[in-house]
Design a protein around this ligand. Structure first.
Ligand SMILES: Nc1nc2c(c(=O)[nH]1)N[C@H]1C(S)=C(S)[C@@H](COP(=O)(O)O)O[C@H]1N2
Ligand SMILES: [Mo]
Length: 163
């Protein structure tokens, strides 16, 4: 191998590593669950997706597709539906992003037995993958006046117990 093809190979390899580190970000689900999960992009892609229409910060409507947050919690064995009573009502969800931004959701506000509002871990907007500064995964909270909890670049979902 010549020196220039070697350095080209090195560059390609480094490029692939950088691409993998920014795009192949898994999502972890942990805490008060029966099974902690690390979901890879392929796992997330294979889960059933739902579409919601929501207004962004500029008041423009977009169509967001993704996995209902409650479905991810169910898969990890968090308390949902009829289990949401008694001490389980003191459980809450902290969603964390790559920049350490965090926001809290209560379990009932995510649950279809309590609300018709569908909070998503979205992976696309208007049929396209989310832009790099927001994706690959972003929380979408329809019908909220401010998009403060529309957490960009989600990395983990942690169920906790308020004692
Ligand atoms: N990871 C992450 N997500 C975030 C924030 C942040 O600082 N970090 N800011 C929030 C706030 S305060 C707002 S108003 C919206 C802005 O969304 P936009 O960047 O799509 O306009 O993102 C929310 N999601
Ligand atoms: Mo904001």
């Amino acid at each position: 191998m010549s020196r220039s093809s070697l350095s080209r190979f090195t560059l390609l390899f480094l490029g692939a590593l950088i691409a993998a580190s920014s795009y192949a970000q898994p999502i972890t689900i942990s805490g008060e669950v029966t099974k902690s999960l690390t979901l890879q992009p392929a796992d997330l892609k294979a889960m059933p997706h739902t579409t919601v229409t929501a207004k962004d910060r500029d008041g423009k409507e977009h169509s967001y597709a993704g996995i209902p947050l409650v479905d991810l919690l169910k898969q990890a064995g968090a308390s949902t539906g009829g289990e949401l009573r008694g001490e389980n009502l003191a459980k809450y969800v902290i969603v964390t992003a790559a920049d350490s931004y965090k926001a809290l959701f209560s379990l009932p506000e995510l649950d279809p037995e309590f609300t018709n509002r569908m909070i998503l871990l979205a992976d696309s907007v208007d049929g396209m993958p989310l832009p790099a500064e927001a994706g690959p995964y972003r929380i979408i909270v329809p019908d909220e006046k401010k998009p403060t909890r529309w957490i960009r670049k989600v990395t983990s979902i942690d169920v906790r117990f308020a004692k």
